[in-house]
Design a protein around this ligand. Structure first.
Ligand code: CAA
Length: 383
């Protein structure tokens, strides 16, 4: 229950996502995690449900809903499986969003439409081995040669990197110009010179693929440039603002899952002759968990409502992400504590939620980066 009233369409997509997550994702989530197996079938079904391009207009193959609808659906998917959720969120927020906003009509027809339909999968490639938080220092170059740019460099931490068909890639056309040289492209993975590098073995979100992408003399047509030369940094920042709301929703989903497990367990488990839910030590934890989750969800909703209203939302997105991700980490820790020794084993899902929560404090901008964004905005407001 919330005082924010959802439209019929928003309730509908949340309920469809909830049923799908509960009936089809949750039963297989632990096994996907154990095997580190990309959920091909689930992604196909998400495409059929219209979840791979929720806010993309129907003209471009999407579901034509608002971004709030996307966030509602994403929380439900992530509650069942954060790996499946991040595959969906990268395709929507980090790939469809920048092409929809900055792409040409031809780029939208050629790339956005199959991405939004889920016929193709996208990834977002900004970070490098020596440039993560300091995104303005990327070293991958794109040198123009007539109708092509020749791209060379190595990218790191690319979610969907091993499986994606389409890459939204950030390069520099002139390293001396620092962030003013950064230029974005839409690159087909099959282009000669694109190599999928090391696949990471991770602590959590194990069923989603994360890899390096290496570009060796890769020729990208000029018509695949996204925006103008030098506009790439702003495209990346805008895209990440939007993406961070999605990661906030993912974190809320993970926290909600762990919380519900903790409530259930506390009512089943007996200790000292009674259910452990009767102890104030447990009740205080549950009360704080519920409060933090609700606050996190409201911050996520505030940010997405502002995005849908076309207001400036960088600060609210950063607040939502940092608060929701730290809530997810804290709530999942307490959920394990309530389960005691059982919570530390793979017999119960809370250890998976705990492992999955950690990445939400890191990707799409660490908690420290979110605090920098918030502080910059706050200081501007009071200058
Ligand atoms: N929207 C539009 N423009 C923005 C902006 C925003 N939100 N934030 C900054 N800018 C503009 C500024 O106005 C400035 O423009 P001018 O030069 O024209 O004045 C320019 O960008 C540079 O701004 P800053 O000086 O503030 O830039 P900075 O170098 O200090 O960096 C930062 C700012 C916030 C730290 C930024 O580098 C950042 O967000 N870093 C984190 C990167 C990140 O989140 N990486 C995750 C990658 S994706 C991933 O995790 C993998 C995955 O697959 C999921």
């Amino acid at each position: 229950m919330s005082i924010i009233e959802l439209t019929e369409e928003q309730r509908m997509i949340r309920d469809v996502a909830r049923d799908f997550a509960e009936n089809e994702i949750k039963p297989v989530a632990a096994e996907l995690d154990r095997q580190g197996k990309f959920p091909t079938e689930l992604v196909k079904k998400m495409a059929e449900l219209g979840f791979m391009g929720i806010f993309v207009p129907e003209d471009y193959g999407g579901s034509g809903m608002d971004t709030f609808s996307y966030v509602l659906a994403l929380e439900e998917i992530c509650k069942a499986c954060a790996s499946t959720g991040v595959i969906m969120s990268v395709n929507n927020s980090l790939v469809c969003e920048p092409i929809l906003r900055f792409g040409t009509e031809e780029q939208k027809r050629e790339y956005l439409t199959p991405l939004a339909r889920g016929e193709k999968l996208g990834c977002f490639s900004l970070s490098e081995p020596a440039a993560g938080s300091d995104a303005g220092s990327i070293r991958t170059t794109a040198i123009r040669k007539g109708d092509y740019y020749v791209v060379n460099g190595t990218k790191n931490w690319v979610t969907n990197g091993p499986e994606a068909d389409i890459i939204v890639l950030f390069t520099s056309v002139d390293l001396s110009k620092k962030h003013h040289g950064i230029t974005a492209f839409i690159v087909e993975k099959e282009t000669p010179g694109v190599i999928v590098g090391k696949k990471e073995d991770k602590l959590g979100i194990k069923a989603s693929g994360t890899s390096q992408l290496i570009f060796e003399g890769c020729r990208v047509p000029v018509q695949n440039r996204l925006g103008e030369e030098g506009e790439g940094f702003k495209i990346a920042m805008h895209t990440l603002d939007a993406g961070r709301i999605g990661i906030g929703a993912q974190a809320v989903g993970i926290a909600q899952a762990a919380f519900e497990e903790a409530v259930r367990y506390s009512k089943e488990r007996e200790s000292f002759g009674m259910q452990i839910s009767k102890f104030q030590a447990i009740q205080f934890m549950l009360a704080d968990m519920a409060t933090q989750i609700e606050a996190a969800r409201l911050l996520v909703w505030q940010a997405v409502i502002m995005q849908d209203r076309k207001m400036k939302f960088s600060k609210q997105a950063a607040m939502a992400k940092v608060f929701a991700s730290e809530t997810a980490m804290w709530v999942t820790t307490k959920a394990i504590q309530i389960h005691g020794g059982y919570g530390y084993t793979t017999e119960y899902p809370v250890e998976r939620h705990f492992r999955d929560a950690k990445i939400t404090e890191i990707y799409e901008g660490t908690s420290e980066i979110q605090r920098i964004v918030i502080a910059n905005e706050v200081l501007k407001e009071f200058s």
